[in-house]
Design a protein. Structure first.
Length: 264
């Protein structure tokens, strides 16, 4: 059985870094790896000192999708497998609904379920070695793991269908051009750039950021009135849960200093 080392956890101040650690398979997903990743995220969800999470891969790959060589479903694997098949508990749904900002630091190939993992994160930074592919058709499957829902939102319907229909490999420069990645950086600068982005996010009011994430993601595709309702609810809840941050913003403005937000 695989150990918890399939997902390495590191902290840099208020930033958590989760590294998929099956480099011999380009970090292919297994039920145990997915369950470990979600367990780590659950712990960070309850930790007020963590304000952003980076997900990356060890070695040459970000994530090559599900491990087709992982073998039969044993009793030990059955629980996480059925949890993954349950829509409400599907790993992509749980990652997408994770309260804090997530950044995919895509260091190499992100294919199939690995593409979906990157898409389920809020932001994507790519190394110059990154490659993206909706590779499902190559293994005789329709698009899986929420990639069919998330990819059109990010790159548009036509480009998403082209990637799905052709199962082509999208290089880092093209990924940036079509909005699949927000930027491309040298391979040796990837984590530092992701951490810098995380630190910028962490410097802002955490409850307001969490509310903003829900306003955007839950409001996307809804009517204008529904989007405004989410926005107004978010503002109401933010005022209730973090009045200290609102007062700090006003005080810092008056005193001409940088605010220090504590999430209270």
């Amino acid at each position: 059985m695989e150990s918890a080392d399939v997902v390495l956890a590191e902290r840099r101040g208020q930033i958590a870094i989760l590294t998929l650690n099956r480099p011999q398979t380009l970090n292919a997903l297994t039920p145990h790896l997915v369950e470990t990743l979600l367990t780590r995220l659950d712990a960070y969800s309850d930790d007020p000192d963590v304000r952003a999470v980076i997900i990356t891969g060890a070695g040459r790959g970000f994530c090559s999708g599900f491990d087709l060589k992982a073998g039969d479903i044993t009793d030990a694997k059955r629980k996480p497998v059925f949890r993954m098949m349950d829509f409400a508990n599907h790993w992509a749904v749980r990652l997408r609904s994770f309260a804090k900002p997530t950044i995919a630091a895509v260091n190499g190939v992100a294919a199939g379920g690995g593409l979906a993992l990157a898409l389920a994160c809020d932001l994507r930074i790519a190394s110059e070695n990154a490659k993206f592919s909706a590779i499902f058709a190559n293994i005789g499957m329709p698009t899986q793991d929420a990639a069919g829902a998330l990819l059109p939102q990010i790159v548009g319907v036509a480009r998403a269908l082209e990637m799905i229909y052709t199962a082509k490999m999208v290089e880092a420069a093209e990924a940036e051009r079509i909005g699949l990645a927000s930027e491309v950086v040298p391979a040796d600068a990837l984590i530092e750039r992701a951490v810098a982005l995380g630190e910028r996010i962490a410097s802002l009011p955490p409850v307001a950021i969490a509310m903003s994430k829900q306003i955007v993601l839950r409001g996307y595709g809804k009517s204008f009135d529904e989007q405004l309702a989410y926005q107004n609810l978010g503002a109401f809840l933010n005022a209730g849960y973090a009045p200290g941050d609102l007062a700090e913003a006003v005080a810092a403005f008056k005193e001409k200093r940088k605010p220090v937000f504590k999430g209270d």
